[in-house]
Design a binder for this molecule. Structure first.
Ligand code: OGA
Ligand code: MN
Length: 214
């Protein structure tokens, strides 16, 4: 929307959110480096680590019909779901930010986002998540996948753990590789884009979730 039009409807545009929206419209995903401040990233990383050490993480599931060996070959991460009624201050700050984004998307794009669910994820070294889509047969309410990386500041490209997004461009498929850099946000259309997580040589940390419709 143009500045002028925004003024007419009494709405303050947010440049970062507008960039996300135009990315989503153009190519169904958006990458925002440094979306979370260093302080918030660091605080969330400490909370992830503390909860992991307190045994609050479980192996992520992908369907109960698969045996353990098959399951961990497809998806190797450990996760902890956040509960909105039991959040530490940095987690509360994170949700406040996510709610602001959801409200903006609803207001400008009528996305109809009615809820959000988030989990911490830890991929031990050499584990991965094979190519997949984030919607399940029994729950198609996931509209946008939201990934924020909580890796330490010295994370390098050689550490691996890239997110690969597969996107159809005409007849061609392109693979977009994204390094899981601390504080970086990735948003993608849950219904449209298949993606995978490559193995890393250090534990790979993130806070990942979904904005959902009713
Ligand atoms: C997922 C996922 C991507 C990432 O949890 O479904 O695809 O980069 N995560 O962690
Ligand atoms: Mn996914």
């Amino acid at each position: 929307m143009s500045e002028e039009l925004f003024e007419q409807v009494g709405f303050t545009p947010d440049a970062q959110f507008e960039k996300i929206i135009s990315d989503l419209m153009d190519r169904q995903y958006s990458v925002v480096p440094g979306y979370l401040s260093e302080t918030l990233t660091e605080a969330l990383r400490s909370l992830l680590t503390a909860r992991y050490e307190q045994d609050q993480f479980k192996k992520a599931a992908i369907g109960n019909h698969l045996n353990e060996q098959v399951r961990s070959g497809i998806r190797g991460d450990f996760i902890h779901w956040l509960n909105r009624s039991d959040l530490q201050a940095p987690e509360q700050a994170f949700f406040t930010e996510i709610d602001r984004l959801s409200a903006y998307l609803n207001r400008t794009c009528f996305m109809g986002i009615a809820g959000a669910e988030f989990h911490y994820a830890l991929y031990p070294p050499q584990t991965c998540y094979k190519r997949h889509l984030d919607v399940f047969r029994n729950d198609d309410r996931r509209r946008l996948s939201v990934i924020t990386y909580l890796n330490p500041p010295d994370w390098t490209r050689e550490d691996g753990g890239q997110l690969v997004i597969y996107r159809q461009e005409g007849q061609e498929e392109t693979a977009i590789e994204i390094d899981p850099l601390p504080g970086q946000l990735v948003l993608l259309e849950s219904h449209t884009l298949e993606h995978e997580v490559k193995p890393s040589r250090r534990p790979r940390l993130s806070l990942t979730g979904w904005l959902k419709t009713h």
